[in-house]
Ligand binder design. Structure first.
Ligand code: PLP
Length: 386
């Protein structure tokens, strides 16, 4: 994976990008500019470039510059949630446009595209993006955007961003990558040919399960200008305090991700040895069908994995009920370990037939491996399986 183009390495950018000492007191931390408006010198003359808090806020600007640097992007835009960020991208399309999206995208992404934007004339086709020949068949003259999420949720498929981006370019389409599962530390899609990256900041970037947020990062100045217009016009902007908390989070993103990855590896090693586990879905396994793509486009394999417990629903349920350190909860990417049952919890809105086709059956559980002590995590899994 390529290093950041401006030379500075990830953790240095994470701690410093977008955050020069703040006027007037030279504060090391960017303050929370908890203000809705700014005094003008003369009608229409903005002293420091800010006029109204929906349009822009200095704490948000610092976060936008910080996140852009982490993705190696020229432009960054922050939103009140991942769904708000994704909506801005969809709002930049026109009625009649067509979107190709991968078949196990985040449930809220599919709901937004299928239940909100379809009614406004934006159509879509879902496809298994590990099957490049199938992807090729989904393009039509109206296709404007290819929507990739990798690794996917909860089956942890890994999609080849570079190959799909090349196909999209041949069809004059843009490519979005939802980089939430990997985080910018593990994967920078813009360097692989994607046009825009979106994040649910709520997950790894926030990392502490205390903020809902979203972000877009891109290099195309014309599209960025349109998205800044939409950010202000639609108004789903993040609060200054949430931007401050997120800036605090990005400083530790690399050390957290390294630990998430190490702990997940140890959890997988344990699960491999358990007679109660039928199958493990984790891109770091050499037997994973997309392992080579993951090695090529990711720095490491992440903190997410799924597994099928022997004994179906009742075995999966009692395993989840017995966990003590892993919390039974939706969401992912926080410092604390979470476990969940996709068929009943995160993926309940997907029709049973489609779930079955994807492999989301009643024995499947998903783990977001946190940064606690790995031995304690393994012991917890062992007692819950035992
Ligand atoms: C959570 C999530 C979203 C939605 O983000 P919110 O911050 O909850 O609005 C989008 N994509 C992925 C992959 C997610 O996990």
């Amino acid at each position: 994976m390529k290093e950041q183009s401006n030379g500075l390495k990830f953790s240095t950018l994470a701690i410093h990008a977008g955050q020069p000492p703040a006027k007037p007191y030279n504060a090391v931390m960017t303050p929370v500019y908890q203000t809705s408006t700014y005094v003008q010198a003369s009608p229409g003359t903005f002293v420091e470039g800010y006029d109204y808090g929906r349009t822009a806020n200095p704490t948000r600007t610092a976060l936008e510059e910080n996140l852009a640097a982490l993705e190696g992007a020229k432009f960054g835009l922050c939103f009140a949630s991942g769904c708000a960020a994704m909506s801005a991208v969809l709002h930049s399309l026109n009625a009649g446009d067509h979107v190709v999206l991968c078949d196990d995208v985040y449930g809220g992404t599919f709901r937004l595209i299928d239940k909100v934007f379809l009614r406004m004339g934006i159509t879509h086709t879902t496809v298994d993006m590990c099957d490049l020949a199938a992807v090729e068949k989904t393009f039509n003259k109206q296709t404007k955007l290819v929507w990739i999420e990798t690794p996917t949720n909860p089956m942890l498929k890994v999609i080849d961003i570079g190959r799909i981006a090349a196909m999209a370019r041949a069809h004059n389409c843009r490519v979005l990558v939802d980089n939430t599962f990997a985080s910018p530390y593990l994967q920078t899609p813009l360097t692989l040919g994607a046009d825009i990256v979106c994040h649910s900041v709520t997950k790894y970037i926030g990392g502490h399960s205390d903020v809902i947020g979203g972000a877009l990062m891109l290099n195309d100045s014309e599209w960025a200008e349109r998205l800044y217009f939409l950010q202000n016009a639609v108004g789903a902007v993040p609060a200054p305090w949430d931007c401050f908390l997120t800036l605090r989070s990005t400083k530790t993103l690399q050390v957290r991700m390294e630990r998430h990855c190490d702990n997940a590896r140890k959890v997988v090693d344990f699960l491999k040895s358990s007679s109660k586990v039928e199958k493990i879905y984790y891109p770091g396994l050499a037997s994973h069908p997309n392992h080579d793509i993951a090695r090529a486009q990711m720095r490491d394999f992440g903190g997410m994995l799924s597994a099928r417990i022997k004994g179906g629903l009742s075995a999966a349920k009692s395993f989840l009920e017995r966990l003590k350190i892993f919390s039974l909860a939706e969401s992912l990417g926080g410092v604390e370990s979470l476990a969940e049952h996709p068929a009943i919890m995160t993926h309940a809105s997907i029709p049973a037939e489609a779930r079955k086709k994807l492999g989301i059956d009643d024995g499947l559980i998903r783990l977001s491996v946190g940064i606690e002590d790995a031995e304690d995590l393994v012991a917890d899994l062992a007692q819950a399986l035992g």
